[in-house]
Design a binder for this molecule. Structure first.
Ligand SMILES: NC(=O)c1ccc[n+]([C@@H]2O[C@H](COP(=O)([O-])OP(=O)(O)OC[C@H]3O[C@@H](n4cnc5c(N)ncnc54)[C@H](O)[C@@H]3O)[C@@H](O)[C@H]2O)c1
Ligand SMILES: N[C@H](CO)Cc1c[nH]c[nH+]1
Ligand SMILES: [Zn+2]
Length: 427
């Protein structure tokens, strides 16, 4: 059952919003800070200790060698590999359109201004592996990096209880062009990527989703390395009209609730009858889900329904929440899309369940959570590039404009700056 909030009860609504965008708790920050310091100082010894503590396996070597990758990948189900191959083509199709190009301007004779678009040298991609396996996240992280032209794509993921790499993860990594793999997860994995250890050379940027410990670690190492965003526990908000099928709506809400007890599933609708039927469906469908326990906790923590007078009012609520995923289960979804301002990714119509995008459609599933879709974007080719500008003034150009530069330098009392121009002027 979804808890219901009256759209006019602003205090309750605010309380809900605050509960999703709360700062990471001091307790988690302290714990993660301790892990980061330990890895920075003790390197592989700390990695081994934390992997034993959190993942329950004592790994002497967490590097995954080529034979292990090939052996594991060979065990993956061929139908699954074929589905991934198709998903890869769709992801490439969408992300190829994101490629950016540099430009060169000739402003006047002898004056050139330009910007180059360059791939990062090395990136670390985090593939979650605690409560579920995420081969789809391997594709979503690595494919845009490869399209951007990143040469070193380092994947980290928690080891299984047996200390092995999951066959599906290995197959996805081979397909997506990952260049190095390490069996290490959590905050200790993020620390290894940020600071480097005897086994892993540090990277320039860390991307990818993860639980609260991973999100906190990424936040804390930012500055030492770049990060993509805070992609934390999954969120879905469904806007549904009276014609939406309650069984579909419930199934879609549950599809994200099963990720994590901290995941959130919200229904915003114009129909109280639909809400009633969705609640009935939720009970029916939850009862037979293998991850029932997680789903029940997630719905208890964050499952919410809001009934509004119009579809525009529904979108206003969605804009205030800025969900990671927004489904528009309405008759005219394209029209409503124009009113949406804050959502990580939007799914249109009665038939585009979020699972299409989670796995196959081609849009990226690494998305901003906790209301950060107000200012952050989906992972994409942009996440793996940087821009570098350049400028050229000819001898004639510096003679023509040098005085202006000297004047500005003098106003800042920076004589050496002024001199650098003066020495070039023929006076
Ligand atoms: N936003 C997105 O784009 C997106 C995409 C996929 C998944 N997700 C989210 O990613 C998350 C995956 O979480 P997960 O837990 O399954 O896998 P995970 O790999 O993120 O976390 C597992 C690791 O957490 C660490 N850990 C666990 N308990 C700990 C503790 N008490 N103290 C310190 N460290 C601890 C361990 O090192 C473990 O290896 C889910 O919340 C899911 O919703 C988000
Ligand atoms: N919904 C997740 C992003 O929040 C992505 C995912 C991967 N596998 C299944 N779902
Ligand atoms: Zn999902």
């Amino acid at each position: 059952m979804l808890r219901q909030i009256d759209p006019n009860d602003h205090e309750k609504l605010r309380e809900y919003l605050d509960s999703r965008s709360e700062d990471i708790s001091t307790e988690v920050i302290l714990k993660v800070t301790e892990i980061l310091h330990a890895v920075k100082k003790e390197k592989d010894a700390a990695i081994r200790r934390y992997t034993k503590q959190f993942d329950g396996i004592d790994l002497e070597d967490y590097r995954v060698r080529e034979e292990e990758i090939n052996e594991a990948a060979a065990q993956a189900d061929p139908k699954f590999v074929e589905s991934m191959r198709q998903a890869k083509a769709n992801i490439e199709y969408f992300h190829n359109a994101q490629k950016q190009h540099g430009y060169l301007l000739e402003k006047a004779k002898g004056i050139y201004l330009g910007q180059r678009v360059l791939p990062l040298d090395s990136v670390g991609i985090y593939v979650p592996g605690g409560r579920a396996q995420y081969p789809s996240s391997v594709l979503m992280n690595a494919i845009p990096a490869r399209i951007a032209g990143v040469k070193r794509i380092v994947m980290i993921t928690p080891p299984s209880k047996m200390g092995t790499l999951h066959p599906n993860i290995a197959a996805a990594a081979k397909l997506a062009g990952v260049t190095e793999i390490y069996k290490v997860g959590g905050a200790q994995g993020i620390a290894a990527l940020a600071y480097g250890t005897e086994t892993i050379a540090k990277v320039d940027k860390i991307v990818g989703p993860g639980n609260i410990f991973v999100a906190a670690a990424k936040k804390l190492v930012y500055g030492k390395v770049d990060i993509d965003m805070i992609a934390g526990p999954s969120e879905i908000l469904v806007i549904a009209d009276a014609d939406a099928n309650p069984a579909y709506v419930a199934a879609d809400l549950l599809s994200q609730a099963e990720h994590d007890p901290m995941a959130s599933a919200i229904l915003v609708t114009t129909s109280s009858k639909l809400l009633e039927n969705v609640n009935k469906e939720l009970v029916k469908q939850t009862a037979v889900l293998p991850k029932r326990e997680i789903v029940e906790q997630s719905l208890k923590n964050y499952g919410t329904a809001i009934c509004c007078a119009s579809l525009s009012a529904c979108v206003e609520i969605a804009n205030a929440i800025a969900p990671e995923h927004l489904e528009l289960m309405v008759k005219q979804p394209m029209q409503l899309l124009h009113e949406v301002r804050h959502a990580g990714s939007v799914f249109l119509g009665y038939y585009t369940c979020e699972s299409v995008g989670d796995y196959y459609g081609g849009t990226n599933h690494v998305l901003p959570t906790s209301g950060t879709a107000r200012f952050s974007s989906a992972l994409g080719v942009d996440s793996f590039i940087k821009k570098s500008s350049y400028l050229q003034y000819s001898e004639e150009a510096i003679q023509a404009y040098g005085d202006n530069i000297i004047c500005m330098a003098q106003q800042e009392d920076l004589d050496a700056h002024a001199n650098a121009v003066k020495v070039r002027l023929k006076k």
